[in-house]
Write a protein that binds this ligand. Structure first.
Ligand code: AMP
Ligand code: ZN
Length: 135
């Protein structure tokens, strides 16, 4: 048994408020929610972050996030929701077991999204070259 807190939740060693479970995934309430109903989706198998998670497992997790988002709206826990995947320490990842946040949003709930910066002259042209993907 490794020392990963989400592996322990997946195996039932430590408790969680579960909203969905199947063979491959678990979804449960975040202990410190942005708003009540903030859900975390994890694969039961341990992957450190999204970059190390097989595509088909990421896809299944995103589909679950969409369903949970629908529930958040239907239940009126949120008028909308954000889906978040923090990846590596610089991006605020604290638990190194791939997970997706589904966060209910309400008007004036004070949760802050990013504040956009501006590109310097000719900077965007250089950046786009670095990011271009092959088809
Ligand atoms: P991240 O910053 O993306 O790694 O987010 C980790 C999230 O896990 C945080 O929002 C924590 O509140 C949440 N968390 C940590 N421990 C637990 C736990 N035992 N049960 C539920 N959520 C947890
Ligand atoms: Zn783990």
């Amino acid at each position: 048994m490794n020392n990963c807190i989400f592996c322990k939740i997946a195996s039932g060693t430590i408790p969680a408020y579960k909203v969905f479970e199947d063979e491959n995934y678990l979804a449960f309430l975040d202990i410190a929610p942005v708003n009540p109903g903030h859900v975390l989706i994890i694969p039961k198998k341990h992957f450190v972050d999204i970059t190390e998670t097989p595509d088909e497992i990421v896809e299944g997790a995103i589909t679950l996030a969409k369903k949970i988002g629908g529930k958040i709206i239907a239940s009126k826990l949120g008028e909308g929701f954000n889906i978040g995947i923090n990846t590596k320490t610089a991006a605020g990842q604290v638990v190194n077991h791939f997970h997706i946040h589904v966060m209910p949003r309400l008007p004036n709930d004070k949760y802050q999204l990013w504040h956009g910066k501006n590109y310097a002259a000719a900077e965007a042209e250089k950046i786009v070259e670095k990011l271009k993907l092959e088809e």
